[in-house]
Design a protein around this ligand. Structure first.
Ligand SMILES: [Zn+2]
Length: 355
């Protein structure tokens, strides 16, 4: 829908959309821009459904570029047409405010404040380099031998979620009991997301504080977690096993793990190196022999050539580290598609809860 942003004032004059007047024009324009972007992105997949209620206009994240004021000492934020709103002051906002986004999640309202400030090139406090292997049985194994247990939040809450979803499906749609059931389902979803977010933040903060350079496998997580079912012409193989793996991958949030590691390393002055993932689980770190037979079980690595033995995940992490060293030494960075040095972040976004 190119050009539709220009039409936004027209909607305000029609009686059925008169409520639009009560919403700040910039929000509408931003929403239309977002919608346009969504159309462009989803054009080949599906058409987004349109909910014409006033709630929805605010419920999706709305960025307000101008007219916002932040009063940190009184924990309040000024939004056009809404006035001053109190927020929970969880942390200081640094720099000059450039943009405020309002969003709703799980019945709570949030403002996300984007600021700009000069940042000095930081020097990472640690000097070590580490390799990480991510997996199902262990969330992450480090080349120093330590590991992080998985957090299967979704599995833990799955039964309760399924029960509430069944209860919701038995209710008459849009009835008050249906709405109550829906709120319960959403609450569990929010809870799962919060526990996972907390776990990932703690994990990535610890890793990036302790190591100046973190080497990870360049896994195409999005491809791996693609639907395993296949099509009617070419039904997927191993559907059950793959869908189990998919659930685990999504549950673990590896993509988010990598994203957090990358920006936290930039903040601290360190770096993340993505190395080619091929054969990291099959290569012997001692003699370099590559064979599927080296991996005797899911957990055990034993080289058929030289007899080297270790935990299979630790072997993976050692190989990832070794490839990271090679990338740094030989300048094979073109292959990894990433550069060693990155510019420090100048724009930061902080989320605060409205009260
Ligand atoms: Zn060997």
């Amino acid at each position: 829908m190119p050009g539709c942003a220009k039409n936004s004032p027209l909607g305000k004059t029609q009686p059925e959309t008169a409520w639009l007047k009560e919403i700040h024009s910039q929000v509408l324009q931003q929403s239309l821009k977002d919608l346009e972007r969504a159309y462009k992105k989803l054009f080949s997949i599906s058409v987004p459904t349109f909910h014409g209620s006033r709630k929805k206009a605010w419920a999706t994240a709305s960025a307000i570029p101008q007219g916002c004021k932040l009063d940190q000492s009184n924990s309040r934020v000024f939004l056009p047409k809404l006035g001053w709103l109190k927020y929970r002051n969880s942390r200081d906002v640094l720099g000059t405010v450039s943009n405020i986004t309002v969003s709703a999640n799980g019945g709570k309202w949030f403002v996300s404040i984007q600021t700009e400030r000069e940042v000095e090139q930081p020097v990472h406090p640690a000097t070590s380099i580490v390799g990480i292997d991510v997996g199902i049985t262990r969330f992450a194994t480090l080349s120093d031998g330590s590991h992080i247990e998985p957090l299967n939040t979704f599995r833990k809450h799955q039964q309760r979620l399924a029960r509430y979803q069944r209860a919701m499906s038995r209710k008459t749609k849009f009835s008050s009991n249906w709405k109550k059931a829906k709120a319960r389902v959403q609450k569990i979803h929010t809870r799962i997301a919060n526990v996972r977010k907390d776990f990932l933040h703690k994990t990535t903060t610890t890793i990036s504080k302790n190591h100046a350079i973190v080497c990870i496998e360049d896994l195409q997580v999005r491809n791996m977690s693609k639907s395993a079912a296949g099509s009617s012409d070419s039904p997927g193989r191993n559907v059950k096993a793959k869908s189990g793996l998919n659930k685990s991958i999504l549950d673990q949030g590896w993509f988010e793990f990598r994203r957090q590691l990358e920006y936290k390393q930039v903040w601290l002055g360190g770096d993340v190196l993505a190395v080619p993932a091929r054969n990291t689980s099959r290569t012997c770190p001692a003699c370099g022999h590559v064979s599927a037979d080296n991996r005797q079980t899911q957990a055990k690595f034993a080289c058929v050539d030289c007899g080297y033995e270790n935990n299979a995940d630790v072997v993976g992490a050692i190989n990832v580290l070794e490839r990271g060293h090679r990338l740094l030494a030989c300048g094979e960075l073109a292959q990894s598609g990433r550069s060693v040095k990155q510019e420090p972040a100048e724009a930061t976004t902080q989320g605060l809860a409205l009260v």
